[in-house]
Design a protein around this ligand. Structure first.
Ligand code: SAJ
Length: 432
């Protein structure tokens, strides 16, 4: 077993990737510990912004920290040279065919390879499937001629940042941490305990640690798929699913509400299950249930468009050439993040059906055709609410009647159905 563990000390830490995970982490380390912390990101523009204390992410705590922290950052990787602990916080997306894209993890490992020396530790915070540390990262780092677990070590501590969350942040979210070397797990866990007030749970190895984050988000995806399938079923049964979920939620144990919608977006929930599906497939196991959940969630944009078509038919209209307003591009309320957003397939389907399409998202004015909520209502006959941004919650019958918008498809079930229908608005939610 590794002998450097006994006198391994963390004096210099480098964070590789200064996005919504890496930047808050680097700020926290610089504020709460006495180690030297440096940040590396290949994006020169982002580095310039951060140097000017402009927070490039939707994270209030991080924006606050950025006003006062002082640590070196660069778009040149030399800055990480001599780190005792390299922390990788790069994206793990999927490609258009939903295949895992580990290129950012691989290229970060290659960057570290240039500087890796005996007695150093590489920590991966990116969300990865079981096996990535030992099957992808380890071989790259061992091109140094050194041996993982003998000359250096690899640790995994999956990130748990929840974008836009005002309560949970890098300082107070519990973490799991693991490696193949218990001594290093303990040392790095103690380091995380020096700036995180929540539980830091030491895991026995890399694969179980990698698996925790993957199942956390797959759990969420399959539960959302469950209520999305219920929405389709209850729409034909004439049952209001939201009322049913509200009723089921007063069960004080063994029930956890999830909510139907026009689709599942973001860089976590609709992505992480594919990492598990693909790795298990390589070992001969077919995750039928997890795959089906992904199919159900991916079917929700088309289902939402069908609801629109049904309402338009009541006015003897088709989608073609009808003025349709798409409200919201972001995958989640009050954040400016379009990754895997269901609004993208919604927009694509509406264009394929030759809708006279208008778009408005206050977080994406550069992708919008309208500059305000009033403008898109004025230009629409029917609207789809795809993101429950706070600004959209003020939509009521007086606003819709003022702009003569008789149809609302509420993709986030966020508007007041009874108020709207009581004034003759054709309202249809998802299972609601
Ligand atoms: N969604 C539904 N129904 C639900 C919940 C979400 O349709 O009941 C949709 C949202 O509209 C969105 C997508 O799913 O399009 C993802 O929503 P999310 O609330 O899960 O937001 P994320 O993607 O920011 O997920 C993060 C994750 N955090 C980490 O990976 C560290 C996730 O694990 C958290 O559970 C989630 O935040 C959270 O709880 O808010």
């Amino acid at each position: 077993m590794l002998h450097y563990s006994e006198n391994y000390k963390i004096n210099k830490v480098s964070v590789i990737g200064l996005g919504y995970v890496g930047l808050p982490l680097a700020c926290a380390i610089s504020k709460m510990t006495d180690v030297e912390i440096v940040g590396y990101d290949m994006n020169e523009e982002k580095i310039k912004k951060i140097k000017n204390r402009i927070c490039p992410i939707d994270d209030e705590q991080c924006a606050e920290d950025l006003k006062t922290v002082n640590f070196d950052i660069s778009f040149k990787s030399e800055i990480i040279n001599g780190s005792d602990l390299y922390i990788v916080c790069v994206p793990t997306p999927v490609r258009h065919d939903y295949s895992p894209d580990l290129e950012p993890v691989e290229s970060s490992s290659r960057t570290i390879l240039k500087y890796l020396k005996k007695g150093q530790v590489v920590m991966i915070e990116s969300t990865i499937n079981p096996g990535v540390c030992e099957e992808i990262v380890k071989p790259i780092l061992e091109e140094s001629g050194m041996q993982a677990g003998v000359d250096f070590d690899i640790v995994h501590c999956p990130e748990r940042i929840n974008p836009g969350d005002k309560k949970w942040n890098v300082y107070n979210i519990p973490r799991n941490i693991g490696s193949t070397n218990p001594a290093i797990t303990k040392i790095t866990a103690d380091f995380y305990r020096s700036f995180i007030s929540a539980e830091i749970n030491e895991m026995p190895d890399l694969k179980t640690t990698e698996a925790t984050k993957i199942i956390e988000n797959t759990f969420r995806d399959i539960n959302i798929a469950f209520v999305n399938e219920l929405a389709k079923s209850f729409d034909v049964l004439g049952i209001d699913l939201l009322t049913v979920i509200k009723g089921a939620s007063n069960k004080p144990f063994a029930f956890m509400p999830h909510y139907p919608g026009c689709g599942v977006g973001g860089h976590c929930i609709p992505v992480d299950p594919y990492y598990l599906i693909e790795r298990a497939r390589q070992s001969g196991f077919d995750h039928k249930f997890v795959k089906l959940a992904r199919e159900i969630n991916n079917s929700m944009p088309a289902y939402t468009i069908n609801l629109l078509a049904n309402e338009l038919n009541k006015f003897d209209k088709a989608i073609k050439n009808t003025k349709i307003g798409l409200l919201g591009l972001s995958y989640k309320a009050n954040v400016g993040d379009i990754r895997e957003s269901p609004s993208i397939p919604l927009r694509n389907i509406l264009n394929e059906k030759f809708a006279s399409l208008e778009i408005y998202d206050p977080y994406f004015l550069e992708l919008s055709t309208c500059k305000s909520l009033e403008e898109i209502l004025e230009k629409s006959f029917a609207i789809i609410v795809a993101t429950n941004h706070t600004e959209f919650l003020k939509i009521d019958s007086s606003l819709l009647l003022k702009y003569d918008v008789p149809i609302v498809i509420d993709g986030r079930n966020c508007l007041d159905k009874s108020e709207l229908t009581s004034k003759g608005i054709h309202y249809k939610g998802i299972g609601h």
